[in-house]
Write a protein that binds this ligand. Structure first.
Ligand code: FAD
Ligand code: NDP
Ligand SMILES: CC(C)=CCC[C@@H](C)[C@H]1CC[C@H]2C3=C(CC[C@]12C)[C@@]1(C)CC[C@H](O)C[C@@H]1CC3
Length: 502
């Protein structure tokens, strides 16, 4: 029996999780998706959603009114079950707070004239790309995991390989509609209710219930012409990655670092014309996992160009959940598995979460890192070194983004628009004697020192004071006082801290 497992049952449950996942979770995931596909299709065809929207918002208001009538004796949160969220942990507060049903799942209007799509908060990224792309439109920042929701991305944050041009998910949002704790419905934009508008991102549902969002749209083309550039040497990686990230001719930029010295930098532009022999529909079930495909290019060590259908490009990391699925189904990228069962993958993140045993949870908590650290790109090389010394997790996802100097919790301390990079660490740490709490705390301290930020879906080991140092609460506190949020919702920290999550 391997070291680190307390009992034989624990060992079997973890080592052979793939058997449970393949036999049960994959078919259930498929039915779940088919049901949503069918339901959305009906809703879209008969355009019933916009007609229902006002009624559904009134229901949110009614529930908040009832919370007030019952003496406001505890906080509110959405009724979305914790296991459905794209986050490793379960929010404990869902068991005790008053749960408000915000059952708003539809795309309300595609306004081609004003280039804006109006959506409800539970619309997922898979749903949005499937709806908009066939119509010839897309949103400028479309985070890649299908199940991410607009509400979660607005209240937390969202990033994608186009973020070096357009910023984070909130930077492409034009307006938010919220029901506040006094049951009033307000719309905020940069011009109207601007304090609220700038305080909503990163507020994690602690200012009000989001009911609709207007998001910018841009024209979509058929393919992304992608150039893979293998780069060797840590100095080169940082230098070349920074250079392509500042070049606005690149519509998409990301990199995967496979070790301290080896990375593949990918740049892309949208196009309608592809060289037919270079089309690679990477999203098809029998195709290799994207990060494995990229690793092959690193091995041949020469620049490669190909054309990926737009929607396949957007969801390129979905099928292998970045590189997380290899720990769950170790043979998932095997040619025969892909041909036979690839169309059933990936298992839904929500179902993986729902069915994980305590032993799996313990293993992930103590010996697995799921973190995204956002730091100024100028210190990329140093940050990669620190992260390697502290946890040594590879592959590493690198995604540049532009951070405007806007009011709110997250802005460059330099007080001018600054290019940042998201360093995504997902996997098993290879340092000897990794200590989840102490080592991640060390990284958090470093990130705060360099004016960086930690994504809120990830575990945080910070104290409230440290958290307030990383995220500027000045405007947030003012808005919470103004809209009487203090009696209705906890502070962000009290929703994301270790104590608030199971
Ligand atoms: C409507 C819809 C909703 C989805 N919702 C989710 C989700 O909640 N979570 C998730 O993980 N994945 C979702 N997906 C993605 C899904 O899991 C598959 O990845 C996807 O359906 C793959 O099929 P495809 O690429 O062949 O579909 P596509 O070729 O992308 O689309 C199939 C057809 O559906 C039509 N269509 C697109 N949008 C809509 C719509 N809103 N209503 C009706 N017809 C539409 C298009 O015109 C297209 O012809 C959704 C997909 C669709 C089409
Ligand atoms: N590429 C990317 O950018 C990726 C981003 N992520 C992260 O995942 C998270 C999004 O996951 P997802 O499952 O969609 O969202 P979640 O359900 O995790 O929601 C995140 C927060 O937003 C709040 N929220 C959601 N909808 C509403 C609403 N209608 N009104 C008020 N508050 C709301 C939730 O409040 P409550 O607790 O009350 O339910 C929760 O605190 C984000 O934190 C994002 O940063 C993860 C992976 C990739
Ligand atoms: C691109 C950005 C910014 C973030 C990507 C983060 C994701 C890779 C993780 C977010 C939640 C994670 C979970 C898992 C894998 C990695 C994420 C999707 C699991 C599926 C791993 C297996 C566990 O049993 C359940 C996890 C749920 C959350």
């Amino acid at each position: 029996m391997d070291k680190g497992y307390d009992t034989l049952t624990e060992y079997i449950l973890i080592k052979y999780r793939w058997a449970f996942v393949c036999v049960f979770l994959l078919p259930i995931s498929l039915f779940y998706d088919l049901w949503f596909y069918f339901r959305n299709w009906i809703v879209f065809k008969f355009t019933s959603a916009p007609k229902q929207h006002d009624k559904k918002v009134k229901y949110v208001q009614k529930q908040i009114r009832e919370w007030g009538d019952h003496g406001k004796n505890n906080y509110m949160c959405t009724a979305r079950p914790g296991w459905q969220t794209v986050c490793f942990r379960l929010p404990k507060y869902k068991n005790t707070f008053t749960k408000i049903e915000v059952n708003l799942v539809d795309i309300l209007e595609v306004d081609v004239k004003n280039k804006v799509v109006r959506v409800e908060p539970l619309v997922s990224m898979g749903q949005l790309s499937a709806t908009l792309n066939p119509l010839g439109w897309t949103i400028p920042v479309l985070p890649e995991i299908d199940d991410l929701t607009v509400g979660g991305l607005v209240m937390g944050t969202g990033i994608e390989s186009s973020s070096h041009k357009f910023g984070l998910f909130q930077h492409i949002c034009v307006s938010y509609e919220l029901v506040l704790s006094d049951e009033s419905l307000v719309k905020c934009t940069k011009e109207d209710n601007s304090d609220l508008f700038y305080s909503v991102p990163w507020s994690y549902g602690t200012l009000g219930m989001l009911t609709a969002v207007e998001i910018m749209m841009v024209p979509a083309k058929k393919y992304v012409k992608i150039t893979y550039l293998p780069v060797i040497g840590e100095e080169n990686i940082a230098k070349q990655f920074t250079a392509v990230s500042t070049d606005k001719n690149n519509e998409f930029v990301e990199a995967i670092a496979y070790s301290e010295y080896e990375a593949v930098i990918m740049t892309g532009v949208q196009t309608d014309n592809a060289e037919s022999d270079k089309i690679n529909a990477i999203g098809k079930w029998y195709k290799p996992w994207f990060f494995m495909h990229v690793m092959q290019i690193l091995k041949i060590n020469s620049t490669v160009t190909e054309y990926i259908p737009l929607r396949d490009y957007y969801h390129r990391h979905t099928r292998s959940i970045f590189w997380e699925l290899q720990d769950i189904i170790p043979f998932g990228n095997n040619k025969f598995f892909r041909l036979l069962l690839g169309w059933l993958t990936p298992p839904k993140i929500s179902l993986l979460k729902l069915t994980q045993t305590d032993a799996i949870k313990k293993l992930y908590s103590n010996n697995h890192v799921l973190q995204d650290m956002l730091v100024p790109i100028a210190i990329l090389k140093n940050s990669l070194n620190i992260f390697r010394e502290t946890c040594n997790v590879y592959p590493v996802w690198l995604c540049p983004f532009i951070l405007p100097y806007n009011p709110g919790m997250v802005y460059p301390k330099s007080r001018k628009e600054t290019l940042y990079v998201d360093i995504g660490l997902y996997g098993v740490p290879k340092v000897k004697n990794f200590r989840a709490f102490e080592d991640m705390k060390k990284i958090e301290k470093y990130v705060t020192k360099v004016n960086g930020f930690q994504m809120l879906y990830a575990d945080t080991n910070m104290t409230k004071e440290e958290f307030r140092k990383m995220f500027d609460h000045t405007l947030y506190d003012k808005v919470r006082r103004k809209f009487k949020c203090e009696e209705a919702f906890p502070e962000v920290y009290d929703k994301v801290s270790r104590a608030a999550r199971l």
